[in-house]
Design a protein around this ligand. Sequence first.
Ligand code: ATP
Length: 511
Amino acid sequence: MSAEDGLKKVISHAKEYGFVFPSSEIYDGLSAAYDYGQLGSELKNNLKHYWWTAMVRMNDNIVGIDAAIFMHPTTWKASGHVDAFNDPLIDNKDSKKRYRADVLIEEFVAKIEGKINKDVAKGKKRFGDDFNEEEFRSTNPNVLRRQKKIDEINGRFKSAMDTDDLEAVKSLIEDLEIACPVSGSKTWTDVRQFNLMFKTELGAVSGDSGVVYLRPETAQGIFVNYLNVQKSGRMKLPFGIAQIGKAFRNEIIARQFIFRMREFEQMEMQFFVKPGTQEEWYNHWKSARKDWHASLGMGDENYRFHDHIKLAHYADAACDIEFNFPMGFKELEGIHSRTDFDLKSHEEQSGKKLRFFDPETKESYVPYVVETSIGLDRLFLAVLSNAYTEEKLEGGAERTVLRIPPAIAPIKAAVLPLIKKDGLPEKAKEILSLLRINHNVQYDEKDAIGRRYRRQDAIGTPLCITVDHDTLTDNAVTVRERDGMTQERIAITDLAAYVDSKVGMQTLFNK
Ligand code: ATP
């Protein structure tokens, strides 16, 4: 299945079963905005719960907050977003399509990299077992020529961006003869910087004094509350503040379903540390976050770290945890060592001291910050795309199954009376009441049992509990497990504990 087909299948499955709908679809939708349906919102809530539990509940020194989306506009001056949260954009004059200039250049470079990979593949084929890839890459004239070209392009682009020379970016696009993928033409407008923040006005105040922004990241709500939380919670360094909330970015091109949206949700944690210890904490959080992902059981081979070469203005180290999405490895989470940039800058702009008095050294200083920042929607897409499986069964039948990690599945168990009479529905509903206190469970009596199993497979329900005639006498039920389709007879008195042991949130923490 091609990457594009894989993503298309996930998108259509997500819509058909009530996970994700295009926003305002009856008006033909709004680009890059999506609504989470009845099962999607359950899955999203479970992901939030898993993150919040791991961060806030399992750590004595991390607390959670919920800050407003609107913040004082000076916040964004201090954070650097007003001046520097830009993407360089360029329009093609013939197709009138808009592009990110950096992406056009990156795609051009990726094509050359593709050619190098083809050269390498050919070499491998020709030399078989004797092939030494490293030597080939460092000596083959074709590869060397192409690599030199890549280095030249990257060098020119970096120096143009570092000096804010947008004319040089345009010249680079022209010199490389990059054509618009839609019109095929090479007639481009000048490159302009485009600020990604959404601007609006507060109340009836007009003019600059009323301007507010929709926050482009949740982190600043944490920085401006650093002192409130530290003082009211009597927190000592190191300590963290966690938050889940909406963020908004006017992305020039938003595509690939919920991977890149203009309205999305972040789960961020800012960890305040003593200056000089940031490297140790950066490494700590890199490994803690990797373990958190690994507990979901979505395959260690589907994750990799990518270190940032060009660091943001506020960082002294940064990396991404990338996930193998249907369209390849892409950023899922960022881990950044943000120095004291934000707190210092807020001190300067607000005139308020944002320090920590260290009772041991009797010093007062601005803490350093290590942050972990994950996009909830991207995590949702990672889970859904990883879970989507089409399977051929013995006997030639087929099924589509969502192998969602059981503890975060939207519905944990379905209770199914074998037939709709003889007191089986009543017994099944008793079991439903028993289980629904702790878990999201569903009752279904329509259609043959096999079809009901398929429906539950398609939405990722880990357990199907069948009530049959024997249940009325032996007080036991048959529990079918989603992935292996194995069946087990369980006494009703043991059922709540059994279900909990299979799908409870604790299963993720016991690994
Ligand atoms: P990218 O390079 O993909 O634009 P970023 O480096 O700008 O992402 P950060 O500012 O580090 O992203 O934001 C932290 C996390 O927020 C990202 O790892 C990602 O999961 C999520 N995120 C960022 N932008 C979007 C978006 N437009 N839609 C959905 N999630 C997003």
